[in-house]
Design a protein around this ligand. Sequence first.
Ligand code: PMP
Length: 378
Amino acid sequence: MLGTPAALRVGTVRKLNFSGGPGALPDCVLEAASEAILEVPGQGLSLLGISHRSPWFRDVVEEAEANLRALLDLSRSYYVLFLQGGGTLQFSMIPMSLLRGRAQPADYLHTGYWSGKAIPEARREGAVNVVWSGEEEGFRRLPRESELAVSAAPEYLHYISNETVEGLQFHRVVGREDLTRICDMSSDFLSRRIDAGRFSLIYAHAQKNLGPAGVTVVLVREDLLERIPANLPAMLDFRNHVRMGSIYNTPPVFAIYVTMLITRWLRDEVGGLQAMERLNRAKAQRLYETIDSSQGFYAGRAAVPDRSLMNVAFTLPTAELNVRFVEQADAEGFAGLAGHRTLGGVRASLYNGVTLEAVEALCGFMDFFRERYRREAL
Ligand code: PMP
């Protein structure tokens, strides 16, 4: 043991989880979920064996939707859907719905690993105009508005609000107001306030800030549904999910239940998205300060104005020290710190379920590690 602030045995889990996703969830939600696996309060059944057609589950879906609407102050002109297939299926479903058979291109921003996955899926369905790419610069910054080569009349504009791998986050809404704006918010949804009314479609899988893997939230403005072509596979047609209230087939009951608990926690315990954002800012600030005051021992990946509040990607002076850092941190109870497999380095993800105390403990470990190894790096 290195004598750092012990991270062991905090709440119900043994390690502090800084994983890029699935990530940390609040202890109170984990406790309620594990209780419901044995017996859903008042139902006499396990959560894992309860019918998706039961009145109880209908109430769960309704409450999850109502909580989301309240948290986002979402207008009635949007549908709230709980779908399967993750963020990845949305990479396909969106262009199938809005680009297939269309005359105009769709505009895409290429800002990192995940937008690099979305673009080829859109190309299967129609013309794609990449309005900006950070690839040549190694995805270390995000574009200014003036750098975007937007089409005259694109079918839609797609971007990712937070590039999970590189740790790049837009701190503004991108693109002209007259465009059909579509955003993948998988890694920062419900972590901060947003003006949902400025988007035509927002999607976010649950496994970062809103629950376990298995469910993806889609907010879609009703007028978009009119553009969907006929003859899509039924499961890939948003209209079927709207019509059936997200119970078109057997939905992931467990994942939706936990997502509902998270929205309830955000509403009642945290006190809404403004309070959540304040906390997330404090967490990120603490960690970036530790990086910036390390005299170059820790080097942040992203350009300072585009730094993510959710995913803090950084490197140490040598590849060997990167590995040693992740290993020793893990032995001290700080889990999930290895950078994405395509990038290496270190990544600390600070999703909603990560507490300020956990970040304080990590910063303590980082100071300790630097003191111990900085001479080796000289
Ligand atoms: N979009 C973003 C921003 C992501 O971070 C990820 C995965 N981490 C995906 C999409 C893909 O999501 P999934 O694995 O749920 O398909």
